[in-house]
Design a protein around this ligand. Structure first.
Ligand code: NAD
Length: 281
């Protein structure tokens, strides 16, 4: 039976450690670290995410600048706001909550965020620097997964790591981080033909698919470390991409949903904001 990772407690620890560092920054610089969050429209899930981000930002002692623009906002209106925040030296991080309403060009808006304020780590410059092994901001979710693995003392070097999912925000950066830790990394996706065989060879398995209970026990090696990134809303509440009850009997370490990667993602957003503020100095 696997040890279950307490993502909530770990995220709390990250936030409490940040609180101290954030207050030291304020003493040294005579101002608070500030994170600007832009929400356009009324997407209910986005509203929940943004509220959680604002609460956590304030919890660690950062200033939260929150902008809620109407659904009907034009490309120019959203762009102007991003540009204003981009040129404000007291704003350390800018986050545009995705998805944006369909009539807006997401890429064009994101590209207005300077790389040094890109707390989500989505911009080409940060993604490219991650690939090159240069200093960069790493996307919060994979950054949180890595922090989780390290905090649990998982030995990564030389291990077979399998990432299911190849999205720009989770799968690809996750694979790159595991590669940097000297794992032998395989990325699987919707067109992978022998998924079960590949997964059952994984010492570390990260599922970022978006399909409830997709990873079943027969896909998991005895003693594997299994990290579930998935968040799926079902009739029975939130479930991950892993069939938790069955897989926990086989794995040595497993992250639950909820209470696993989700809380870590927000903690790492704050960590990224702190890193952006201190790199700028
Ligand atoms: P996405 O839809 O962009 O990517 C899903 C990936 O899964 C794709 O690369 C696709 O190739 C792969 N996939 C789909 N069906 C597959 C199949 N049958 N076999 C193998 N691979 C398959 O999603 P995403 O943004 O990467 O998010 C993935 C999941 O993680 C979602 O449930 C999302 O809600 C969740 N998520 C959680 C957090 C968090 O903080 N915990 C953050 C981001 C995303």
């Amino acid at each position: 039976m696997a040890k279950i990772i307490d993502g909530k407690a770990l995220a709390q620890k990250v936030k409490d450690e940040l609180k101290v560092k954030v207050s030291e920054f304020e003493k040294e610089n005579g101002r608070k670290i500030a994170l600007a969050v832009i929400l356009v429209g009324e997407n209910p899930a986005s509203k929940v995410y943004v509220n959680n981000k604002i609460k956590s930002t304030e919890y660690v002692g950062m200033k939260s600048l929150s902008f809620h623009l109407p659904e009907s906002s034009t490309q120019e209106e959203v762009s102007d706001l991003v540009k204003t925040l981009a040129s404000d030296s007291t704003v350390d991080g800018i986050l545009v909550q995705l998805p944006l309403p369909k009539h807006l060009n997401e890429n064009k808006i994101l590209s207005l965020i300077p790389a040094e304020k890109d707390v989500d780590g989505f911009l080409a410059e940060n993604v490219g620097n991650l690939m090159l092994g240069m200093p960069c901001t790493v996307a919060c979710t994979p950054f949180g997964v890595l922090k989780m693995l390290k905090s649990e003392g998982v030995e990564l070097s030389g291990k077979n790591a399998v990432v299911i999912g190849r999205s720009n925000i989770v799968g690809k950066p996750m694979a790159m981080l595991l590669l940097k830790e000297n794992c032998t990394v395989t990325i699987c996706h919707s067109k992978t033909s022998n998924l079960k065989e590949i997964c059952s060879n994984a010492d570390v398995l990260v599922a970022a698919i978006g399909r409830p209970k997709f990873v079943t026990a027969d896909m998991v090696k005895d003693g594997a470390v299994v990290i579930d990134v998935g968040i799926n809303r079902t009739e029975n509440g939130l479930v991950g991409d892993v069939d938790f009850d069955a897989v926990k009997e086989k794995a040595s370490l497993i992250s639950p949903v909820p209470g696993g990667v989700g809380p870590m993602t927000i903690a790492m957003l704050l960590e990224n904001t702190y890193l952006c503020a201190t790199r700028k100095k």
